[in-house]
Ligand binder design. Structure first.
Ligand code: ZN
Length: 99
């Protein structure tokens, strides 16, 4: 999974911060709940998570996607032998090539 090629455009970079930011936010909120309680109990502060997710989504949507690489990594160049069986080019045998 670590050898996965990741897009380095600004949009994907910001989007990649979503997970860590949510985890840190949840940790801070639980810490506040443990240390202060009362008004800072998790039941009162959980909307902050939604705000963080929204702000990051907004920042990702507003940032330019220049150089964005979408989709999976292209397969190996043709001519390279692969272990998977190749699909026949004629999907309908007997119905092609003018016969
Ligand atoms: Zn990208």
């Amino acid at each position: 999974m670590s050898d996965r090629i990741r897009c380095a455009c600004r949009r994907c970079t910001i989007r990649g911060l979503m997970g860590p930011a949510v985890i840190i936010t949840v940790g801070v909120l639980f810490l506040l709940d443990q240390m202060r309680g009362g008004d800072f109990s998790f039941g009162n502060t959980y909307p902050v998570i939604l705000i963080v997710i929204g702000v990051i989504s907004l920042a990702a949507a507003a940032s330019p996607g220049d150089g964005h690489v979408s989709g999976p990594v292209p397969p190996a160049a043709p001519g390279v032998p692969s272990s998977t069986p190749t699909v026949s080019q004629n999907q309908f045998p007997g119905h092609g090539r003018g016969q």
